[in-house]
Design a protein around this ligand. Sequence first.
Ligand code: URA
Length: 434
Amino acid sequence: MRIYDIIDKKRNGLELTDAEIEFFVNGFQNGKIPDYQISPLLMAICINGMTDRETAYMTKVMAESGEINDLSAFGDTTVDKHSTGGVGDKTTLIIAPIVASLGCTVAKLSGRGLGHTGGTLDKLESIKGYRTNLSAEEFTEIAKKCSLCVCGAGGNIAPADKKLYALRDVTATVQSIPLIVSSIMSKKLAGGAKSIVLDVKTGSGAFMKTLDDARVLATSMVKIGKLTGKNMSAVITNMAHPLGYTIGNALEVAEAVALLRNQKSDDGLLTVCKTLATEMVSLSKGITQDEAKTLVESALSSGKAYQKFAEWITMQGGDMSVLDDLTAFTSAKYVTELVADCDGYIAKTDASGMGISAMMLGAGRDSKDDEIDMSAGIIQLAHVGDYVKKGQPIARFQSSTVADHSPVHNRYRDSLTLTDTKPQSEPIVYEIIR
Ligand code: URA
């Protein structure tokens, strides 16, 4: 077999065989096929696409290029969740304990934040002692005892994707549905869960900017997941605005904890969490959405979900006592407020601009090795649809390393549009694809 012929075949819009897909993915991963031949092949895939069969097989080969998490000891109730990435997205911290408290197993590999979006591992590490680096034995033992464990993905999860993604990133070949689907789904397959629920975000802070694009991606991921033997569901959610009222690691943990304690919650965040948790419970227990929704609501209102959260954090080495006083937990050295410079409704936000503002405070990484300030972040004091008066505080900024917040104020202010008329409200959950 020759890579030249595979490039030529795809350039002519033909369907590749399983053997050809295996040849180019594995050949690239083990260094036998150079970048300069994989690059035109990726471009040909971008232009001519792939059939579902090709995409499913490429997903499988990429998943099998590294370790596949063995969750067979947990039966069929293992369930995973994936978000395509957003600002203020603390849903895993809330959903995972809800679902685990209802008898499903969430043994989950998670990632760190880069750019304007945050990562679950970083948020969890704001809790003193929480360990994200576990051995395979520790991971399985905690998942067995608690039904819930979230740790770092390690270096050997879908390594072929890592290499292909790095090449796509510099060859303008990221934007291709089969390549995005195989990239995301290969990592999910390697995660090992039987059921997978995807949170596909759309809007200014999301990878997929329009609802139509999000729908195409969600539909394809559900189809490919099913073809590879998984129970699948995708929820398309709104990321035109940050989710909840906080952005930043410790702040987001505190928001999640307050919600789980039934103390304070943002309506949009609560709706997204309940919807995703309902899908996860329904898929993994094989019950109707209505039955699952009732269970999810009672796990939250009874405090069962919060008890599971405390058990989980403690088992992974986290010190729950640091969460006794959430004000102390989220305190920072420098705190400033931004006030509205005119009267008006907050009509529109640029979620990615708000995420970048949090990153400028030290809450996120510009490049992979940047240090994070766990206390850094933003509390939104006014949301889309709110009427604000000139001089009214609209956001609080905090950090412990960056002392000058004025560039952040400017960036955040540029992310908001104020108008005289009340904006039409938008749904937080657009649709569910099963
Ligand atoms: N996220 C991924 O993991 N892969 C892609 O291709 C795009 C977004």
